[in-house]
Design a protein around this ligand. Structure first.
Ligand SMILES: *[C@@H]1O[C@H](CO)[C@@H](O)[C@H](O)[C@H]1NC(C)=O
Ligand SMILES: *[C@@H]1O[C@H](CO)[C@@H](O)[C@H](O)[C@H]1NC(C)=O
Ligand SMILES: *[C@@H]1O[C@H](CO)[C@@H](O)[C@H](O)[C@H]1NC(C)=O
Ligand SMILES: [Cu+2]
Length: 411
């Protein structure tokens, strides 16, 4: 199981092609779709790689593995001025990443932060990786499921898009839906495959595990994310500096790919189901007792293979389960602890454990058009306290219950 679903991984990023300035994408009657961040693709600078190292592949022996870095990216002192949008204490960066392969099949990749000398920048050194989103500009996607409410999603990843706003800056005004201001996902923007949005390819947040398109059952299916020759790979990220001096860091991507469109591999993408169906992803769970909620039925609209599933919950969450035609097919359980040495485990004087990972479902599951999917998310704030809103810089106390997964549409 090498798949990480993180808040930002639920995004596609709106890269404005024909929509200058802040744009609120069209709302459907059943969904709260709110524009978030913008990034005119046209103005996105291209950043050359600082350095590149080729190392032995781990996930697929036929792949090429590279560790590439971009920077320096200056993250201002805690008491300095900031450009972040999803978190007002963070600094935001975005660029087309020169050197990332195109006309190639991405197998796996992780993103993390380093200093010039290669050592890690992390909470332990005063740097919080709010998120790194690595996207494919130009990738076309078709929807894979619709909501029973009648509003077909127009994206296989209906969770969120960051929609275009001026100068690559997110618009706080767009963040009020579902009460999750300051949190990096949950709202959704309609997209239609022709709008020039960036589709998520790789990425990570503070739980920084790799995102893998590689099937654990290569005899059943081989999967990867194909980036076309005319497409571009970009990043959009935010970091917080807890030190009172600026720090220069390097956005680092460790990834494996196979050049071209390798024989026998299916093109897969990252998507997610949420218990809120087609609405915003955030909701308020019961505060003083265990509770579960079920999504409305979702219906598969593109036959394919579901694999590498992993939950996304907030603290207090227990598990997310997927029922396919009423049968339990995946149960992804949160694992609590301290994610990292140096991670704050005390908030407002109270001990607090945080989700450090999840068990996942790597098995390839075939889904047919018309299949019914129901998502269930369980919270138990008596076992693990909900994430405190005001204290944590990035999250409100609200819950999310999502299952992220890789999906290879049958050709
Ligand atoms: C931030 O704090 C440091 C250390 O106290 C101080 O030297 C610096 O001038 C402060 N910067 C601003 C912009 O206030
Ligand atoms: C690497 O650079 C960072 C930031 O400048 C510094 O704090 C750290 O001590 C350096 N590590 C080594 C091994 O030189
Ligand atoms: C949603 O999509 C499915 C499959 O493409 C189609 O059969 C159905 O009519 C659509 N529903 C709406 C409300 O557009
Ligand atoms: Cu979340």
């Amino acid at each position: 199981m090498h798949f990480s679903l993180i808040c930002i991984s639920l995004y596609t990023i709106g890269v404005a092609v024909a929509t200058p300035g802040h744009v609120r994408q069209p709302l459907t009657s059943k969904s709260k779709l709110v524009a978030r961040q913008s990034m005119p693709a046209i103005n996105l600078p291209t950043m050359e790689a600082f350095d590149t190292k080729e190392v032995e592949p781990k996930a697929d022996s036929s792949a090429i593995r590279k560790i590439m870095r971009w920077g320096p990216l200056r993250v201002n002192a805690k008491n300095g001025t900031h450009t972040g949008k999803l978190d007002p204490t963070s600094d935001a960066f975005s660029a087309v990443l020169d050197g990332m392969c195109t006309d190639c099949m991405y197998i796996t990749g992780s993103t993390y932060l380093t200093y010039a000398n290669g050592s890690r920048a992390s909470i332990a050194t005063g740097i919080y990786n709010h998120h790194v989103f690595v996207g494919d500009i130009g990738k076309k996607q078709s929807p894979i499921y619709s909501c029973s409410t009648g509003a077909n999603t127009t994206t296989p990843n209906p969770e969120t898009t960051e929609a275009p706003a001026e100068g690559g800056h997110a618009d706080m005004e767009g963040m009020s839906a579902e009460g999750e201001a300051g949190h990096s996902h949950g709202d959704r923007v309609r997209r239609d495959g022709t709008s020039g949005l960036a589709v998520q390819l790789l990425g990570s947040g503070d739980d920084g595990a790799p995102m893998s398109y590689a099937s654990s059952q290569p005899d059943v299916i081989k999967t990867g994310f194909y980036v076309g020759k005319e497409e571009k790979v970009m990043h959009s990220s935010e970091y917080v500096n807890y030190k009172d001096y600026p720090q220069d860091i390097y956005m680092t991507i460790d990834y494996e790919y196979i050049p071209g469109k390798p024989e026998g591999y299916s093109d897969a993408l990252h998507s997610s189901f949420t218990v809120t169906g087609c609405g915003g992803a955030g909701y308020e769970p019961a505060k003083n007792k265990a509770s579960s909620i079920l999504s409305p039925p979702l219906y598969i609209t593109a036959a394919g293979t579901f694999l590498n599933a992993q939950a996304h919950l907030h603290d207090g969450g227990i598990n997310v389960r997927i029922f396919l035609n009423r049968a339990l097919v995946c149960d992804s359980v949160a694992e609590y602890g301290s994610a990292d040495a140096g991670e704050a485990t005390e908030v407002g004087g109270e001990a607090w454990t945080t989700i450090k990972g999840y068990t996942g479902c790597s098995e390839a599951i075939s889904m047919e058009v018309g299949d019914e999917v129901v998502v269930e998310a369980s919270y138990d704030p008596t076992k693990h306290r909900l994430r405190p809103g005001a204290v944590d810089h990035s999250m409100m106390g609200e819950a999310m219950g999502m299952m992220g997964f890789v999906y290879a549409i049958k050709q």
